[in-house]
Design a protein around this ligand. Structure first.
Ligand SMILES: Nc1nc2c(ncn2[C@@H]2O[C@H](COP(=O)(O)OP(=O)(O)OP(=O)(O)O)[C@@H](O)[C@H]2O)c(=O)[nH]1
Ligand SMILES: [Mg+2]
Length: 441
């Protein structure tokens, strides 16, 4: 999924990697690459235009953060723009009415019947009591198909007279009251293209059922054609949102990146497999991370940005370079990291970072660490090497701990110092993270 657009976007980011700072000149080429990636992914040209304009404005207006390299800053901007185009926030179904009614429409073979059953499964898992309605009487096997798949969801199917869609939906409304169903999902007939007769039938069904949601199912593999038919469906039926299916295939990404911008209606779910549990709520930020293929790095950037005190980070950076990182700095770094969560967790998010480094020891018991460091003389804190056994005994007594604890904390300090040196070493193991050299660890 999205492999091609991912590779191409990465090429755009590479243009900027290794550059000292972000500038109008070196960004030009990167923006051009992003434009090509989007066009090749079959993203609607209007969306591409908006995307590129926004990126240019953002790039030039972006405050330069010393701790991020130009490619990282650019990734951040592209990510934010992707989220914007995808719709910013997850939009929930309106299920306040009892029963809430969801009408599922779309072109032939887009995945309506499968998605109805998947949705019923999801809602049931969330404590709802749904009823599925087979309102497709045209394709001979359609009703049996719905009955078969809904067995996996353990949800009842209303089939009525199996002949007249209008009578079927009327019957279903009564059945739901009788069975105390709180959600009704109507599976409707597919059509090859938008034709008047079928549309009239859908309008009639909508008039009778007064649906809380009309969701159109879109096959991600069908590209811009799907976006065009979505536009027409939306004009005729006033959709409330979309289910985009078959994102597990080699969809290029065009549909998911265009649909919301073009129709101004949100994507509410995505289909990720043929299986009953293959439907997920749609989160624009997670999808952007998937498209970029670097969700972890992105959440790391967010975390750091929200928590780092840039000035302090710079001072620490200088200290490491001059090899003057002492126990006082260690303590202040522990306090800083605590704001972000566990150091081990953060390290896990960094590609190529060593695993199983016991750096959490000092963090786990911050109070104790504080007490130990506070029991040292200024001289000892500045130069921990002078801590011989008699000094350690004194510090342990003063802080109400033991020599073992003191040693543990010193070990943790040394580990952190080594890690920081590694982060700072040019071309070292942390090459991938060279922009993060101001990190507080
Ligand atoms: N891989 C994959 N296949 C899917 C997904 N959603 C649906 N399909 C498959 O797509 C095919 C068509 O799905 P249906 O649910 O029958 O589509 P429909 O829109 O109801 O089709 P008609 O009723 O004939 O218009 C089936 O083989 C489904 O298993 C998905 O998210 N991923
Ligand atoms: Mg169907």
């Amino acid at each position: 999924m999205f492999e091609s657009i991912q590779n191409k976007l990465n090429r755009a980011f590479k243009v900027l990697s290794g550059k000292g700072r972000i500038s109008e000149n070196n960004v030009k080429d990167a923006v051009k690459q992003v434009k090509l990636s989007l066009l090749e992914a079959d993203v609607n040209y209007k969306v591409v235009k908006e995307f590129i304009n926004d990126i240019k404005t953002e790039v030039l207006g972006e405050k330069v953060l010393s701790s991020f390299s130009p490619d990282q800053q650019f990734i951040k901007i592209v990510n934010e723009e992707l989220i914007k185009i995808l719709g910013e926030k997850k939009v929930d179904l309106s299920l306040q009415n009892r029963p809430a009614k969801i009408m599922v429409v779309g072109l032939q073979g887009s995945g309506k019947t499968t998605s109805c059953a998947k949705l019923a499964y999801l809602l049931k898992k969330n404590g709802k009591n749904p009823l599925l309605v087979a309102a497709d009487v045209y394709r001979p096997a359609a009703i049996d198909q719905l009955i078969q798949i809904s067995k996996k969801a353990d949800v009842p199917v209303f089939t009525g007279d199996k002949k007249n869609p209008i009578k079927i939906v009327e019957g279903a409304l009564k059945e739901a009251v009788k069975n105390i169903n709180d959600v009704i999902i109507f599976d409707t007939a597919g059509r090859l293209h938008v034709d008047e007769k079928m549309m009239d039938e859908l309008k009639k069904i909508a008039k009778i059922t007064k649906p809380d949601e009309i969701l159109m199912v879109i096959d991600a593999m069908t590209g811009q054609d799907a976006v065009n038919s979505a536009k027409k469906f939306n004009e005729l039926l006033e959709l409330s949102g979309f289910i985009v299916t078959k994102l597990d295939g080699d969809a290029r990404g065009g549909v998911i990146l265009s649909i919301r911008y073009i129709t101004e209606k949100p994507v509410k779910f995505v289909g990720l497999s043929e299986k009953i549990d293959g439907l997920e709520a749609f989160y624009p930020d997670r999808m952007a991370g998937r498209i970029l293929g670097m969700g972890d790095v992105l959440s790391l950037i967010d975390k750091l940005q929200a928590n780092i005190d840039m000035e302090k980070a710079k001072q620490i950076e200088e200290k490491i370079t001059k090899n003057k990182f002492d126990l006082e700095d260690f303590l202040s770094q522990l306090q800083e990291i605590k704001k972000m969560g566990s150091f081990g967790d953060i390290l896990n998010m960094i590609p190529g970072a060593p695993k199983n480094v016991d750096l959490d020891a000092g963090q786990k018991n911050l109070k104790q660490t504080e007490a130990v460091i506070n029991s040292m003389t200024k001289q000892e804190r500045r130069n921990p090497k002078i801590l011989n056994s008699s000094r350690k005994i004194r510090v342990a007594r003063g802080s109400g701990t033991s020599v073992t604890e003191v040693n543990k904390i010193l070990k943790s300090y040394n580990n952190m110092k080594d890690m920081m040196k590694m982060f700072n070493k040019k071309g070292g193991k942390m090459k991938a993270m060279k922009g993060f050299k101001g990190l507080p660890f």
